[in-house]
Design a protein around this ligand. Sequence first.
Ligand SMILES: NC(=O)c1ccc[n+]([C@@H]2O[C@H](COP(=O)([O-])OP(=O)(O)OC[C@H]3O[C@@H](n4cnc5c(N)ncnc54)[C@H](O)[C@@H]3O)[C@@H](O)[C@H]2O)c1
Ligand SMILES: N[C@@H](CCC=O)C(=O)O
Length: 913
Amino acid sequence: MTEDGYEFGNNDLVGDYFCQGDVILANGYQMSYETNKESCSVEDNVKNYGKRKFDIDQSSNCDELSINNNLSSIKQHQANYYLYENEINQINQQEYSGSYKNHDISNPNIPLIHDQYQINKKNECSDSINLTISDVNSHKELDFDNKELNSKEFDDKLYDKKLNFKELHKEESDSKESDNENFVGEDLDKKEEINGSKSNDKMQNSKEFDDKELDNENLFDKELDDEELNNKEEEFDDKELDNQELVDQKIDNKEFGSNEFDINLTNSDSSIDNSDSVYRKRTVNTSDESKDNDSDTSESSESDDKDENTDKKVSTNLVNPIKSNKIKKSPKNLPNTQNTQNKSNLNKISKSGFKKSPEQNLDLQVNGKIKKQKRMKLEDLMANSLKFQFKRNYLSKASPATLGTFRLPDIKNEPMRNYPPGSEDRAKLQAALKEFKNKAPIEIPVFVNGKEIYTNKIIEQRNPSEHATIIAKFHEADSTIVEQAIKGALDIKPIWESFPLADRSAIFLKAADLAATKYRYKLLAATMLGQGKNTWQAEIDAAAETIDFWRFNVKYAHQMYQQQPTENSPGVWNRVEYRPLEGFVYAITPFNFTAIAGNLTGAPALLGNVVLHKPSASSVLSNWVIMEIFREAGLPDGVIQFIPGPAQEITDQILKSPDFASLHFTGSTTVFRKLWKDIGNNIENYKSYPRIVGETGGKNFHVIHESANVTNAVNQTIRGAFEYQGQKCSACSRAYVPDSLWEKFRNELLKEHAKIKIGPTLAILWAQSYNSPFFSNSNSFAKIKSYIEWVKEDGDSEIIAGGNYDDSKGYFVSPTIVVTKNPKSKTIVEEIFGYKADEFDQIIDIANDSVYALTGSIFAQERSAVLLAHNKLRHASGNFYINDKCTGAIVGQQPFGENFLDIEEFTYPSNLV
Ligand SMILES: NC(=O)c1ccc[n+]([C@@H]2O[C@H](COP(=O)([O-])OP(=O)(O)OC[C@H]3O[C@@H](n4cnc5c(N)ncnc54)[C@H](O)[C@@H]3O)[C@@H](O)[C@H]2O)c1
Ligand SMILES: N[C@@H](CCC=O)C(=O)O
């Protein structure tokens, strides 16, 4: 995170440096500038796959930019690299089309061959590959007949390492004697077919190469000088390198059209020989400004003359500092036995370089002014980087190789934490709460296509327990942004869905780990302050359930993918693919569960879908933390678009989109019914048939049989009805108690009810309190108030506990128990008590008679009663519990649960002072 609040994604940087054309890629970030806007932008290419992430005004924010990198994550991301190649191409084409034409010089994923030649491939989506090889200095495309390859040929040549790039280089220095030099071994045959010519000598040599020497180290076919290698080893062993040797570096770019723009990467230590420079300068147009003094690099001989002229117009190309200075390239590409020793030295160097890659301070200069100091590890193992860049880029076109059937880590429920007094957990949570309070109101942007957008149409999210406190201010999305969100999501869709399940899973597993550790307290604090939960309620929702959703989704996705045809005709292998939907998913989430924001977005995204997320206005703060976690976990920008704003307007626009493919909704029944109708009204517009998922309200019941353990039933009812103030879809809102137990049940219920303490979230946080503010906003408060007033007037109803409310400071309603003998009473929305013991059968029918069917419980010790209720209430609820409260489902454990351990009280350790 920069001082300015820019998130750079922690350790998600990689160790590659590419400075090509006017795009500089440093450790996964792409820095570019647009001359017409005079702005510098930084894109995180690792995580965002070429999408612009930050627009940095050069006059201000550049100062704040600081990037750390972490080499170890390079491998983590390697599988993703080639996936955004197209995206980068797209950007380049848009921005630089005039200058570069066919020459995708700024494509960071295209390896440079011998620091000079660049291979580009196009038409990735078709079967045919258009191959071009260009000289990055002259921009000349090599005359290279074998441009049209089919995909297979292309992969064979490149992935099997049979293209001999050294020959290509030689070919250039030898005045393009023959294109055949670009190929070795069997590829030469293919080449010959196209060119109609063939050199026996070369073929001979090529085969030698194939037979004896072909291994990874030969991809770039370096020849090492032993002495230099030893020197290099010593150099790496030398402590001086650990002292952050600084490398002079200067890259100037200017005079593009009428605008001038310089970007300089300079070190602040001039003691380093420039010949060791990490970057080699090259002119954008014609001249070469390489500072590489390496005499063997014939392609840079011209540039050597111009080294000193730092005012030249340049673009940059990466060269390996080792390679440029210490490793000589063979004048011939064909290795010989003498190279064996050298290769092993190279291995040593690579390893050594990995271990001791020095960090370097680089100043970024913009228009001649030092704008920022970056602290980077300069990877002296660039040869290695290039090597696997090469491999991953060309591994395949559409989907990467999966070289294993991966075994998932064991997926278990996240253990819930108690936050007892004196614990580290409690201290960290208190710190997170304090931070939010101090920083409130937190400003929350719309987040679309990797951009934080501040629309200045601001809505406040208030702390429900003290509504004078604005906890967050969020910017609302408008129709233009929604349009961009749809487009951006559809743009990234082909890339995202081509990620292997393992890679998509890794992102969500990482998100789960982040939520379980670094973000746990922040998630809890945002949920407590924004949605009025006490510690335990926040823990089971924002921490445990969120984490469980992300982990279990991965497990279920893998199980689903394994569902494959079991029968194959002779000579046939039948397979099933689980395709994402054709279009985008629209996720609408409710205020009351933070985890639902993580799940309604995360589940479809895991399966390769792209998602637009409209959070509830009452939970934007915690939902934004969820978005932060996704970003840090490496979710590519555009996969989940965060668009808080006016529900009706945004939804109307989205439901009209022809690409709308699914509604993933959780909220009230009324809203869902309306949305379903709206979708029906738009059916003609859609490209596909939208899938509609709705989790809605409940009128959940506890049926108490006369054989029930009353104490358990009472405590479970208190918990089921009043935890989180009854604001759970699963909350118990009806209880049927036989008259034989009523006296005992009522007394115990009132006794326990009296223990419930109510107060503001923070005030009651560590007190023996149970309920925090009742209802999260004024609308909910007004609605419940009106029910209470109605009950007071109703002849059939009696309030036996609670019935008070107060919204002077926060929205508080005391937990209210209403007794009615009318099963159809309006108070069905609250609780109903009292039936005759021998009417158990009928009371079950009454419980069943509801438009709702979410959760329900039977309390009984007689097994026959359990069995009867179980059978008759099969369709009365999705989650059915035996001797347990009807709330508190745990991912992976629902839908049915039987509790064997009766409870004596309803409080939990986090309530202890
Ligand atoms: N079944 C479940 O799993 C489950 C879980 C949690 C909550 N819920 C239900 O959610 C409700 C509580 O949440 P809530 O108060 O946020 O629900 P709500 O229906 O008022 O709002 C849910 C979401 O829909 C949006 N919305 C509201 N009106 C809309 C409209 N006209 N067009 C488009 N979007 C609209 C809201 O902004 C919010 O994002 C309860 O009914 C509860 O039972 C159900
Ligand atoms: N999963 C929660 C309900 C979430 C809805 O509000 C429970 O089972 O209590």
